[in-house]
Design a binder for this molecule. Structure first.
Ligand code: NAP
Length: 251
């Protein structure tokens, strides 16, 4: 994929899947700004590593759930690079609990961080993308959007919301040259899954037809396809990248 000349903005880029997306977009030639929340050390280390490779990568701090902060990030990127071609809404959290034990705060934090953030950043970039008559938006869903995981009512609702939002946005802006798609990962080896994977041992791996957990690069590869020229006729789609986890087979 050749993304030279493209400007990308990635939320939650300091660690895990977002970090892999930042690296692959930069490797493909895009200039990349990414947002982190609190892990300044990891964010600055990533930006420095990318600079050493000759890539232009910018680390920006914000809370993606806050509209004013999302607007300020988009303003900063436009001020520096004058356009945004690619937006990847990747930042996300879990606060897993059975519904009876779930506080309003557990509910709201997950909805605001995972779902409201997508609205915040999509709304902030849509005008500049419309002016350019070009945009590639990828929103990070999860197989949890339609796969029933007990304890994930807040998370599943946020991810199902992302998918519905993305289909509507895809329809609204297709004629302006903007595509909107989702990637829905299965179990990927990151900080988010380390506790559950450690607790479950080989059970998770054995439930996945390809018999391994996903790597952040498996997701970055799918994102790279959606933002490429080759995907210009694809919009409003949800691509599961889960090693066959949700196929429901016997293997
Ligand atoms: P992760 O390793 O926990 O990293 C989360 C990233 O999001 C970090 O960069 C974090 O920044 C950032 N972030 C969290 N809250 C934020 C906020 N309020 N404002 C700005 N940034 C914020 O997560 P991951 O596993 O890579 O997951 C990335 C995405 O994939 C999420 O949307 C997740 O739901 C989705 N997903 C993951 C899996 C999986 O198996 N891992 C499966 C399905 C879907 P800091 O570093 O500053 O904390």
């Amino acid at each position: 994929m050749n993304l030279s000349g493209r400007i990308a903005l990635v939320t939650g880029g300091s660690r895990g899947i977002g970090r892999a997306i930042v690296c692959s977009l930069a490797e493909a030639g895009a200039k990349v700004a990414f947002v982190y929340q609190s892990n300044k050390e990891a964010a600055e280390k990533l930006a420095a590593e990318q600079a050493a490779l000759g890539h232009e990568v910018l680390a920006l701090q914000a809370d993606v759930s806050k509209k004013a902060e999302a607007d300020a990030i988009v303003e900063q990127v436009l001020a520096k690079w004058e356009k945004i071609d690619i937006l990847v809404n990747n930042a996300g959290i879990i606060r897993d609990k059975p519904i009876l034990a779930m506080s309003s705060d557990d509910w709201q934090q997950v909805i605001d961080t995972n779902l409201t953030s997508v609205f915040n950043f999509c709304q902030a970039v849509v005008r500049p993308m419309m002016s350019a008559r070009y945009g590639r938006i990828v929103n990070m869903s999860s197989v949890s959007a339609d796969f029933s995981n007990p304890g994930q009512a807040n998370y599943a609702a946020s991810k199902a919301g992302i998918e519905g939002f993305s289909r509507c946005m895809a329809t609204e802006y297709a004629k302006r040259g903007i595509t909107v798609n989702c990637v829905a990962p299965g179990f990927i080896e990151t900080d988010m899954t380390v506790a559950v994977v450690n607790a479950a041992g080989d059970k998770i791996k054995n439930s996945i037809p390809v018999r391994r957990l996903g790597k952040p690069d498996d997701i970055a590869n799918a994102v790279l396809f959606f933002v490429s020229e080759q995907a210009s006729y694809i919009t409003g789609q949800i691509l599961k990248v889960d090693g066959g986890l949700t196929l429901g087979g016997m293997g």
